[in-house]
Design a protein around this ligand. Structure first.
Ligand SMILES: NC(=O)c1ccc[n+]([C@@H]2O[C@H](COP(=O)([O-])OP(=O)(O)OC[C@H]3O[C@@H](n4cnc5c(N)ncnc54)[C@H](O)[C@@H]3O)[C@@H](O)[C@H]2O)c1
Ligand SMILES: [Zn+2]
Ligand SMILES: [Zn+2]
Length: 375
């Protein structure tokens, strides 16, 4: 049946308020307007950012349809859309690439002005929503809501990917993998023989390990308070593991001693101000680089001692690997298809979308690296 131009009723997860369990509901998804794309989702995975949204750590308006790491097929496009058409395989992008704003036009810019993360309106670019449920208008999350059988996103938030891409896997290439891999390979430019530290060994931390390994890091120290994450991290290339909960002194002191004066590259992927401070203080004071990848709670502050800043180490924030997303994400999918990037070990769990609650419980229990939900 041709659904283009019509409102579609389908199943979606709605978060009615902060801290409430997700509710599987029948929602109405309006057709895409000018510059928009409606996607039939094939898979989505749970990113740490979704869990933080649901806890209220990021200021998004509710009720909303969460999720942003997703893969699917274009169902229909709105007027003026030229880069994709019905039937194309696509990934949703939390950071768009409009190719017109100052960030997009700058050779090193990647945080497109048309993003809806910081701050977040929960609405499409024209200031309205495409989702309705039980008579209420429902907000989008990051203009990428993926916990729904159909979603509408801006064309600039869509990466067209090769027709051969397995949609049950490549959803990870929508956020978690480019975020972590790009932080190491692109933003930090990890050097051969270097010592790296990765704090937080979830999906993003695991992708950072992949990036450190491919860059030739000699030593990769993995840090997590959940020791269940250690065997998987070792398989990916971690050489040493640390649980800060078991240390008799602060993590940064331990790392300073283990590395004889500080690491070359320290990645924070736990998303807490205290681990970000520990990451900064774990760098070599002269030439170390600290990469802030995790999203700390909205109102948190990072307080640094001002004097040692002059010694030479670098603090750098990075979003989605610092990539120009629509250019680089399809390339990563090709790299995966051609065997140059192995993301399969990161998919530790797979469930049907109807079991989203179970998947959220697994996430809260710290079990998966990534849990993929299949529609
Ligand atoms: N910058 C970006 O573009 C971007 C993109 C995606 C996700 N993120 C953020 O990156 C972070 C990680 O995302 P994820 O999907 O891997 O999440 P995740 O929840 O799967 O992983 C976080 C890991 O950190 C560990 N952890 C928690 N507290 C810790 C502590 N005190 N010390 C050490 N480890 C600790 C957890 O046990 C878990 O293994 C989140 O903050 C997420 O919001 C940022
Ligand atoms: Zn832009
Ligand atoms: Zn994400």
């Amino acid at each position: 049946m041709d659904t283009s131009g019509k409102t579609i009723s389908c199943r979606a997860a709605v978060a009615w308020a902060v801290g409430q369990p997700l509710s599987l509901e029948e929602v109405q998804v309006e057709p895409p307007r000018a510059g928009e794309v409606r996607i039939k989702m094939a898979s989505t995975s749970i990113c740490g950012t979704d869990a933080r949204v649901l806890k209220g750590w990021l200021p998004l308006p509710f009720p909303l349809i969460p999720g942003h790491e997703g893969a699917g097929t274009v169902e229909s496009v709105g007027p003026g859309v030229t880069s994709v058409r019905s039937g194309d395989l696509v990934l949703t992008l939390i950071i768009p690439q409009c190719r017109e704003c100052q960030a997009c036009l700058h050779p090193r810019g990647s945080f497109c002005d048309k993003q809806d993360v910081l701050p977040s309106s929960g609405l499409m670019l024209d200031g309205s929503s495409r989702f309705f449920c039980r008579g209420h208008s429902i907000y989008h999350s990051f203009r990428a809501s993926t916990f729904t059988e159909f979603t509408v996103v801006p064309e600039i938030s869509v990466a067209k990917i090769p027709a051969a891409a397995p949609l049950d896997r490549v959803c990870l290439l929508s956020c978690g993998v480019p975020t972590g891999y790009g932080a190491a390979v692109h933003a930090a430019q990890v050097t051969p023989g270097s010592t790296c530290v990765v704090i937080g060994l979830g999906g993003v931390g695991s992708a950072i390990i992949l990036g450190c390994k491919v860059s030739g890091a000699a030593r990769i120290i993995g840090v997590d308070i959940n020791e269940d994450k250690f065997p998987g991290a070792r398989k990916l290339g971690v050489t040493d593991v640390l649980n800060p909960g078991r240390l008799s002194r602060p993590l940064q002191e331990e790392i300073q001693e283990m590395t004889g004066g500080g690491a070359d590259f320290v990645f924070e992927a736990a998303g807490l101000p205290e681990t970000l401070l520990a990451a900064w203080e774990s760098c070599h004071k002269s030439y170390g680089t600290c990469l802030a990848v995790g999203l700390s709670p909205d109102d948190s502050k990072l307080v640094l001692n001002a004097t040692p800043i002059i010694t030479g180490h670098t603090l750098k924030g990075v979003c989605l690997g610092g990539y120009k997303t629509r250019d680089c994400v399809p390339q990563m999918v090709s790299d995966y298809l051609q065997g140059r990037l192995d993301i399969d070990p990161l998919v530790t769990h797979q469930l049907p979308f109807a079991k989203l609650q179970e998947a959220m419980e697994l996430y809260r229990a710290g079990k998966p690296i990534r849990c993929v939900l299949l529609f």
